[in-house]
Design a protein around this ligand. Sequence first.
Ligand code: ZN
Length: 239
Amino acid sequence: MESAVKPPGLTPRRPFRDGRRVPTDLRCPRCLRSARPPSWRSPSWHCDLHGGIVPLHPARVLDPAQMRDVASSAKVPVWLPWPLPTDWVVTGLQRVGDDREGTVATVLALTGPNPFRAAKEDPLTAELLVVAEQPGIGLGPRLAGTDDIDPGPALTAAMAESSPHAVVEAGGHAVPLWCLPSATDRAAYVGEAASVWLWLIVLPAQAGALALDGLRMLDLRDPGHPLDVPAGALTPLLR
Ligand SMILES: [Zn+2]
């Protein structure tokens, strides 16, 4: 009965491989199925639906040690909007990576007051997910609620139809973003920054333009970033 009260994932099934500890609570970034560790058959992590993958790690509440750890291992930016909009806090950090590939995708979650709350049934809070990912990983598309594994084709179509829907600053560079089709409760803006995809996913959808207006982001991998980042409870959006 003891296992009934333990959170899933705390009891490793195969804790060691080649003398090294193997995490057992990793998931597929595209579908959240459990990721199977590398074996003698295959050097990569495996999803029963998607085959070879780079695994998604559990989301964590932001703290300075964790921030330094992710920032030092990441091949992609860890974008932090800074300064944070008034009354916003960071509500989680999650990464996709393994020993072989390094960290190939990151997402930082932020929560704050809903700038578009007009009726009492409207949500009190708005949420922003900032994703940096290499092509073909699938973290941003799942968080946006789209079936496309890569935003390239949809972005090309959007760019042909319209000027950018928003422009943010990332690492000192202006980054044009286009709004792509997504789940109805959120708005997903996509562009390219530091040679990888940048996704800004906003909930509720109506909060999109205002939440992004004038947003400036720094890369936590760069030296001299602020360590005193206000952190809140982990958002359920990161699973
Ligand atoms: Zn999968």
